[in-house]
Design a protein around this ligand. Sequence first.
Ligand SMILES: C[S@@+](CC[C@H](N)C(=O)[O-])C[C@H]1O[C@@H](n2cnc3c(N)ncnc32)[C@H](O)[C@@H]1O
Length: 275
Amino acid sequence: MSASSKPRRIDRGTVLRSFDAHARTYDKLVASNPGYHEHLRMSARRMGLPNRGAGLRLLDLGCGTGASTAALLDAAPEADITAVDASEEMLEQARRKSWPSTVRFVQGNAENLAMSGITGPYDGMLAAYLLRNLVHHDAALRQFLGLLRPGAPIALHEYSVRDSFRSRIVWTTVCWGVIIPVGRIRAGSADLYRYLWRSVRKFDGVGALTARMAAAGFEDLRVQTVPGWQQHIVHTFLGRRPIEPVIDTELEMAADPEAVTPPEGVEVTKPPADG
Ligand SMILES: C[S@@+](CC[C@H](N)C(=O)[O-])C[C@H]1O[C@@H](n2cnc3c(N)ncnc32)[C@H](O)[C@@H]1O
């Protein structure tokens, strides 16, 4: 086999070009994955967006051909939705579909959203099958947190198999038995789908991703899986930007034992030392 005919090995640094190349066949491929769209809708609903999204500004990061955008729209039909993707070809497929005027598509790199004018604040964010493909996971999560309003939810919809032997076996079996062969037939090349298999195996387990979200500053963390063969393979990782405490200077002073003399008979106790 000559060097030029060798199958390309995609990694996180080069995956974007592959999404461009696979954009036209992407929808057909995901349509043959039972539950794909319903699971995205579940993750969007799990964000708990109020009032059908009326008055809310939402972000769909890594929107691809619009499957996750449609899920967000289903959960919050009255919201303003900005859907971002770095691949112009994937966006072109998304834009061909019919959308209300409240949905707009923007080309941008999720690792530097400010460069594309995505500055927030947003009332909620969905990122489906995106984070695993980014180069700097922690920096990306910190950036996502900074784009949310205090109290606003994030849903990361992701494959995560590392913590479960059974999940890893099912994942490898489905990839090599179905996804890779079907990808080769439908798209003419299976490079993106071999990358999918590899990258999911390497990606964070449920524990590691939850810890990563906590380290980035998210709170109220919850993880839920989906039904079907994807059970314990696809998960919704939910979190929230903390609500910043309202600092009342008078109360602060009253709480500071150095600042006031306690009334007679009132003992000022120190909090117990850690450990
Ligand atoms: C697996 S697709 C998921 C698409 C869609 N969210 C869905 O659920 O069907 C991942 C998408 O992330 C996009 N993507 C990957 N890296 C990105 C980056 N750095 N910035 C923005 N989009 C990126 C790809 O172009 C691709 O469209």
